[in-house]
Design a protein around this ligand. Sequence first.
Ligand code: HEM
Length: 197
Amino acid sequence: MRIFLHILAISPALWLMWQGGLLYDFQDNMLTANPIKYIHHYTGEWAIRFLLLGLAITPLRQIIKWPNIIKYRRMIGLYAFFYVVLHLLNFVVLDYYFDWATILKEIIKRPAITFGMAAAVLLLPLALTSTKGWIRRLGKKWRRLHRVIYVIAPLAVIHNFMMVKADLFVPFIHLTILILLLGYRLAPKLGFSYTRG
Ligand code: HEM
């Protein structure tokens, strides 16, 4: 099962490499006339999907009564981080070619980039502390630290809204899923009760 999930999760990245001719260079460029924009879009979309999927594990576990699903949450979170890293690399390497001064200016001056960067920076400690050793070492603090995901996901959705200029349909889908996932956790605290496993 784990291997199957790894193959599923890595396949969007492999497909991107294939499209870019990095795996087998026989086809024409499939990354459209603006490859950088295409890669931004592609990696950003997959990053946000994995972030939301990671948040969906707890409700899914309780709703479909599949307690073991929890053991895949860490893996899903790490794939979210992986796609964020690809997204960020595209920005730093292909878009701005390590022009750190301009990159810094963009992060400070464009609120959309500020939100994205904040989400990426906050995700880093979660990825670094996702090993069994860190979970043991941090004990209760680990759970507290990983609640930062409730800040990261809204930051990512705001970033998504601000980045997409024309069709807001997909960002709205992401927002709706986020509201449902956060609402599910908030509901018991507001007095609504359902059986939680
Ligand atoms: C958790 C972190 C992040 C997530 C989940 C995320 C996700 C997204 C998504 C979903 C889009 C919209 C893609 C589209 O439909 O066109 C996007 C666009 C974009 N993101 Fe991010 N992002 C994150 C962090 C960052 C960071 C750190 C940077 C750069 C410092 C960045 C730079 C961009 C740029 C430049 C675009 C616009 C692409 C274009 O239309 O040309 N993002 N991101």
